[in-house]
Design a protein around this ligand. Sequence first.
Ligand code: NAP
Ligand code: HSE
Length: 431
Amino acid sequence: MGETIYAALLGLGTVGTGVYKVLKSQEAEMSKKIGSQIKIKKILVRNLEKAAAKVDDPGILTNDWKEILEDDEIRIVIELMGGMEPAKTYILEALHAGKHVATANKDLVAAEGRELFDTAQEKNCDFLFEAAVAGGIPIIRPLKQCLAGNHMTEVMGIVNGTTNFILTKMTQEGMEFSDALALATKLGYAEADPTADIEGLDAGRKVAILASVAFNSRVTFDDVHIEGITKITATDIRYAREMGCDIKLLGVARNTEQGVEAYVNPMLIPSTHPLASVNDSYNAVFVHGDAVEDAMFFGRGAGELPTASAVVGDIFDIARNLQAGASGRISCTCYKELPIKKMEDTENCYFLRLQAEDRYGVLAEMAGIFAKDKVSISQLVQKSANQGCAEIVIITALAREGDIQNAIRELEKCEAIREISSVLRVYDNAR
Ligand code: NAP
Ligand code: HSE
């Protein structure tokens, strides 16, 4: 049967319930699989009555954190409450008490990771967070272990299922953003307040964590430039497809000689790129290393059981380390202090859709502005002309963000330009 290792769950919401269920489903073979038996001794909840229906033995429920903290038999704390506080305090107190921690809390890891990792290291404890990025997809452990023999230069992906579902509906069914969001809400993909998803904040937290792990240098949420998908229209998507591209909310992190680039934005990506075929609420992370070259990880980025799958993987790892006397074996891997590149110094190709007066000289005027700002145009198409107004789509060559922003400011001042409808970055396969 092996040793019994007692654990406590903090939070019994979507993921907490999933972890409880997955541990139950593993009960019969767990000791053969990992050499010990994990037993949930306590579950911290806010409302005992509400939680009672979710567990076999309501006696394990408590709303007193101290009951868990002061129980020396509990060696693993599984934080699944979310948010900054009291999650941070409880995790730090647990680590100070010598308990090992697994969490899915991306908000906390992305913003306050350093203090949590330092404390775990100081106390020789495991602090694992596989579920914090891309739910059920293994990516933190692969980056820290299987791919450790690489210098990673790029990690990017579709790390938010809600927005990928919305963009998929806009692409495949021509829906406008608001209708696709309403459908995502109806089907339970989007939360009642979808801001964190549609404004790119959720993806930004995941990119901060991915970049830190991939490049061995701390990148925090504040370092990530973030743009959401609320301004994307069905027209942008249609034109992108006419140019052989899809629009995806991409989290991008690059390790360049000038520093780390980290941003989240809706981006045109060639339809031939593997990430372009990741649809609905699926997630995928694409990495590039000097030895492995390209590798992609695909799967469910959220949900009760997929996310619980990642958390339980962490719990099993902690249990194995406890058995081997090897806790804290793989702790914080951020041993560098790479600079963060300013967004204005990043380089991409750009897609611009604008409405201009339909008369001679306008294109020449626009071309003059781009030339002055050192932006080279690689494609220009007039899509339509209506009542003296022409819709023009421009794709630029690789350009510096700061130069593009200067050009946009100049275009905005230009009388012949009635509206700049969209400015989107284009992922360049060839770089
Ligand atoms: P959730 O459904 O809202 O569950 C959180 C639970 O924690 C709720 O039941 C809540 O109780 C409880 N809770 C909050 N504060 C508490 C406190 N002070 N004491 C006791 N219980 C408390 O959230 P979730 O979706 O499971 O997410 C949990 C974590 O996993 C978050 O960090 C989230 O970012 C992360 N995550 C979630 C997913 C996903 O697919 N859902 C995927 C990846 C990562 P009440 O019911 O009383 O509010
Ligand atoms: N809200 C997130 C998503 C899941 O839509 O992918 C939690 O990380």
